[in-house]
Design a protein around this ligand. Structure first.
Ligand code: PGA
Length: 249
């Protein structure tokens, strides 16, 4: 049985005041969840300890939005997988399209980050997805195949249980445009086949959809057989919307 997961990517948003109000909203809404959804809250790193303290009595797990590709040392500004694990994080986003586009993160760098996450027992949420030009030119499947292959080549054996893949078409992130449930399902099915080719226990791997998931489109996306949850950006900054999305799974 694959685990269902909804992850909240707060991106570079928030403040101590927002942590407090979001946490209050989440604590009020979480008891109403009757499904077996797993939840990961992924705030900016500086607020992780605050979020952990506020949500300590809940079922939420916690994560970082990015990790270093190196183990430790003279890498000013970076946060290592060991530090994330030591701070009580169970999840790390890697290869988010904003990191790829704005910070030049390559598949090679993402593969190093995945290796680091595996070494320290983190669940790596590996993000892939095509741009609008790539979709329009018919190369979406090939682009995602190349990303998966490049980012997951070092993963082996028992490590696969710590891999989650998030399909986030770049053109759908923060734009209000969502892939249709059918298109998203088609890509998820494609990804599951690719994972099997890479030696993964593909049927057991949790695959998330991300890109403008909102309370009014979540149920339709999550109803698809190969979509096991969501990676939620904008809507995770509103606790009512986030709880409603979690309920849809
Ligand atoms: P969005 O972001 O829900 O705001 O589109 C998703 C993401 O980038 O993870």
């Amino acid at each position: 049985m694959r685990k269902k997961l909804v992850a909240a990517n707060w991106k570079m948003n928030g403040s101590k005041a927002l942590v407090q109000s979001l946490a209050e909203g989440l604590k009020a809404g979480l008891p109403s969840l009757e499904n077996d959804v797993n939840i990961a809250i992924i705030p900016p790193a500086l607020y992780i300890a605050d979020v952990q303290r506020e949500l300590a009595e809940t079922q939420c797990g916690f994560g970082v939005q990015n990790i270093a590709r190196w183990e430790q040392g003279a890498y000013t500004g970076e946060i290592s997988s060991a530090m994330a694990a030591d701070s009580g994080c169970g999840f790390a986003l890697v290869g988010h399209s904003e990191r790829r586009q704005l910070f030049g993160e390559t598949d090679e760098a993402v593969a190093d980050k995945v290796r680091q996450a595996m070494c320290h027992g983190l669940v790596a949420i590996v993000c892939v997805g095509e741009t609008l030009e790539e979709r329009n030119s018919g190369s979406a499947n090939a682009v995602v195949a190349q990303q998966l292959q490049g980012c997951l080549q070092g993963v082996d054996g028992a490590q696969w249980k710590n891999i989650v893949v998030a399909y986030e078409p770049v053109w759908a992130i923060g734009t209000g445009k969502t892939a249709t449930a059918k298109d998203a399902q088609a890509m998820h099915k494609h990804m599951r086949q690719l994972l099997a080719e890479l030696g993964a226990p593909a049927e057991d791997i949790t695959l998330l959809y991300g890109g403008s998931v909102k309370p009014d489109n979540a149920a339709e996306l999550f109803a698809e057989p190969d979509i096991d949850g969501g990676l939620i950006g904008g809507a995770s900054l509103n606790s009512d919307d986030f709880i409603s999305i979690c309920k849809s799974l």
